[in-house]
Design a protein around this ligand. Structure first.
Ligand code: PRP
Length: 181
């Protein structure tokens, strides 16, 4: 079996916005904050697929508490330029949220539509607490007034990819976040 070598850094499109080292260092800080905030507890991290998969995997290792991870998948429509987007849940949570400390884990909050929808839905399942942790946040593009409790990096309104975020299905495997020039 033959396999193609990974592209050299100079062959990748765009430029590095956040190095892999900075991503990991910030995740360690977020992990420490979450550990302090939930001391003695056992939070349930709910990862929004696909983009947040690498993030939640590293984040859970940075949290020094017993944790659980569950996964949801959401498709959104009409976001970006419209304020009335809709979201369809294509994979729902698989454990009860009643009485649990929930941390919703996203790779990026852009318009806020996805998180807004998921928070409303999860709130109806009566968790003990409900917070949001996102690696990236584009505050300037927000159309929904969501509170993101733990933010890795505030970034400008530019197209980013890498570390879970795709560009037409590619580059999710990069350790760094890249941006188109
Ligand atoms: C991205 C991202 C968030 C959402 C953020 O998901 O992972 O879930 O968009 O945008 P919003 O704040 O405007 O709702 P995407 O639909 O690209 O799917 P993916 O995670 O599978 O790449």
């Amino acid at each position: 079996m033959t396999s193609n070598p990974p592209p050299a850094a100079e062959e990748l499109p765009g430029e590095v916005l956040i190095t892999g080292r900075k991503v990991q260092s910030r995740i360690n800080e977020l992990g420490r904050r979450i550990t302090d905030d939930y001391l003695g507890g056992s939070p349930l991290l709910i990862c929004v697929l696909n983009g947040a998969a690498p993030f939640v995997t590293d984040l859970v290792q940075a949290i020094r508490l017993p944790t659980e991870i569950d996964y949801v998948m959401a498709e959104s429509y009409g976001q970006g330029t419209q304020s009335s987007g809709t979201v369809r849940l294509t994979r729902d949570v698989s454990v009860p949220l009643l009485g649990r400390d929930i941390v919703l884990v996203e790779d990026i909050v852009d318009t806020g539509l996805t998180v807004h929808f998921l928070l409303q839905r999860f709130a109806r399942l009566e968790p003990k607490s409900l917070r949001v942790c996102s690696l990236l946040s584009k505050r300037k593009t927000r159309l929904y007034p969501v509170v993101v409790d733990y933010i890795g990096f505030e970034i400008p309104d530019r197209f980013v990819f890498g570390y879970g975020l795709d560009w037409s299905g590619n580059y999710r495997d990069l350790r760094e976040i890249r941006v188109l020039e």
